[in-house]
Every structure is written in structure tokens, then in C-alpha cells.
Ligand binder design. Structure first.
Ligand SMILES: Nc1ncnc2c1ncn2[C@@H]1O[C@H](COP(=O)(O)OP(=O)(O)OP(=O)(O)O)[C@@H](O)[C@H]1O
Ligand SMILES: [Mg+2]
Length: 257
């Protein structure tokens, strides 16, 4: 079985700056990998490269063994790379429920008779409501997406990603900017996804307690390079993490409030 997602020598250069530097890494089904590293290490850029938001300067990305380097973001999303937290992807004038229903519909295409369309329509609504329940947004299902507070928009992004049933779930600092009572909702969701088994989950997260409680594996990026990779206990204890990352973590966490 090939890994679900893999990068080989993935590199992107912005002018003279190499933001992601020859990163080779494979992600397997049933594993939650935390990607950590100091601010500016290249974590978000690595996600942007894998999900196709930006083109690589060199190197390849493979999905289930197939080279998808030539595909853009839409093509990769269609093949199952799910990326939360691009709030710009929400339809601001549609309601919360309509946003999720569109994702459910996008997932469940196929030939349709009039009757099956009708019954499927009800099914779409039910499934959309199911995902809204999971993220605790049932109470605002008829609210316009644009009117949601920031934390709720992020929860809506997660509901949409789940409705799309991707092969790979990518979370980039999912709890950043969330209120204290919203954080557990998102963490429980990620935990639920994980319990489902079989899912491939990538999580960028600064809060080490969150990483410790969720990750099966930790990958450390530093100056765009992969500098450590292994089981959480070993990686957290390694000198490279102690020096390069943990020393800076408290400052960053304070900045998140
Ligand atoms: N589009 C771009 N053009 C130029 N430089 C960029 C671009 N995107 C990212 N960078 C630079 O690449 C480096 C890595 O940035 P990135 O956002 O990936 O870091 P990060 O690890 O996600 O940091 P943080 O923890 O603060 O989110 C930074 O020096 C950043 O300024
Ligand atoms: Mg980032």
C-alpha cells in the first residue's frame, strides 16, 4: 500500500528565500501527524504546496502513489485533499446549512431520476444537518455565513471539509483565535475523526499540549527543512525540538491569547 500522501523533495522559493526546502515525507492512513516548528518555519507553505494553493519550485506530491504535482487546488480537492480554514471559501450570502449542503451535494453526484433527486435532496439536508450538529452549529443553521463570528466560521469550515469526505484532512492551527469554550469542540472533532480510523490527518499546531494529546507522530520543520520526524515522546525530547521550537513556544501561545 503506498502512503496516502507523500512529498518528494518538495521545494518552494520566494525570491531568494527557500520557504520549503526539499521536504520528503510520507503520510499514512490511520495516522494523525502533527507538523510543528517556529513561526516562519514553512508549515503553512508546506500545506499550501500539498493542497495545490501554490505551485512548487521543484519536487513532487503524490496521492495514493499517483503524482498529482501537475494539479491545481481544485483538482487536488476533488481527489480528496481536504483543507480547512480558508474562510474565503465560504459562500458569505448563503446560510450555514446551505454552505454545508453544497459540500454534501458536491460529494454525492451521479445520475438521477426525478424521484431520486427529490429523495436525495432530503438526504442532503439531513446529512448537512448531521455535520452541523457535529460542529455545534445547529443553532445557527439559518444564519448567513457572513454574519458568523470568527470561531463559528472556522467550525463551519470543518463541517464543510467533513461533508466533502476527503482522504486527507489538513488542519492549520485549527484553534487559533478561538474562544476558550470553542477550543474543545474543535479538538473533540479532530479526535472523533481520528477514532473513525483509516483517516489521514495532518495538523499544524503550536500548542504542545494539544499536539501531545492528539498526535501519533510529530514532524518538525525549521527554516523550511524537515529536521525531526518520529513518535511524539522521542521528538519532543530531542535536542532540536527543545532548542529550536519549545524555547519559543510560550511567546507564541501568549500571542494567541
Ligand atoms: N507568498 C509568499 N511570498 C513570499 N514569502 C512567503 C510567502 N508565503 C510564505 N512566505 C515566507 O515563507 C516563510 C514560511 O512561512 P509560513 O507561513 O509557511 O510559516 P509557518 O511555519 O506557517 O509560520 P507560523 O507558525 O507563523 O504560521 C516565511 O518566511 C514567510 O514570510
Ligand atoms: Mg502558518
Amino acid at each position: 500500500m503506498p502512503p496516502v500522501l507523500e512529498t518528494r523533495g518538495l521545494t518552494v522559493r520566494f525570491g531568494g528565500h527557500v520557504a520549503v526546502d526539499a521536504v520528503s515525507c510520507a503520510f499514512h492512513a490511520g495516522t494523525l501527524t502533527a507538523i510543528v516548528g517556529p513561526n516562519g518555519a514553512g508549515k503553512t507553505t508546506y500545506f499550501n504546496l500539498m493542497s495545490g494553493q501554490i505551485p512548487a519550485t521543484s519536487g513532487d506530491t503524490l496521492l495514493e502513489g499517483e503524482d498529482i504535482s501537475g494539479l491545481g487546488a481544485a483538482g487536488r480537492a476533488q481527489r480528496g485533499i481536504g483543507r480547512a480554514f480558508q474562510i474565503t471559501n465560504l459562500f458569505p450570502n448563503l446560510t450555514v446549512a446551505e454552505n454545508v449542503r453544497l459540500a454534501v451535494q458536491a460529494r454525492g453526484r451521479g445520475a438521477a431520476s426525478l424521484f431520486s433527486l427529490w429523495s436525495r435532496h432530503r438526504d442532503w439536508i439531513e446529512r448537512a444537518d448531521h455535520y452541523l450538529e457535529l460542529v455545534n452549529l445547529s443553532g445557527v443553521r439559518d444564519t448567513q455565513a457572513a454574519a458568523l463570528p470568527h470561531g463559528d466560521k472556522r467550525k463551519l469550515e470543518v463541517a464543510i471539509m467533513m461533508a466533502l469526505e476527503p482522504k486527507v484532512f489538513m488542519f492549520d492551527e485549527p484553534t487559533a483565535g478561538m474562544s476558550v469554550d470553542e477550543v474543545p469542540v474543535i479538538l473533540d472533532l479532530i479526535r472523533t475523526l481520528k477514532r473513525d480510523g483509516g483517516k489521514t490527518i495532518l495538523l499544524v499546531e503550536h500548542k504542545m499540549d494539544v499536539v501531545r494529546s492528539l498526535a501519533d507522530r510529530i514532524v518538525v520543520l525549521h527554516n523550511g527543512k524537515l529536521v525531526a520526524d518520529g513518535d511524539p515522546a522521542t521528538v519532543i525530547a530531542s535536542p532540536v525540538v527543545q532548542e529550536a521550537y519549545l524555547g519559543q513556544a510560550p511567546k507564541r501561545e501568549a500571542a494567541h491569547g
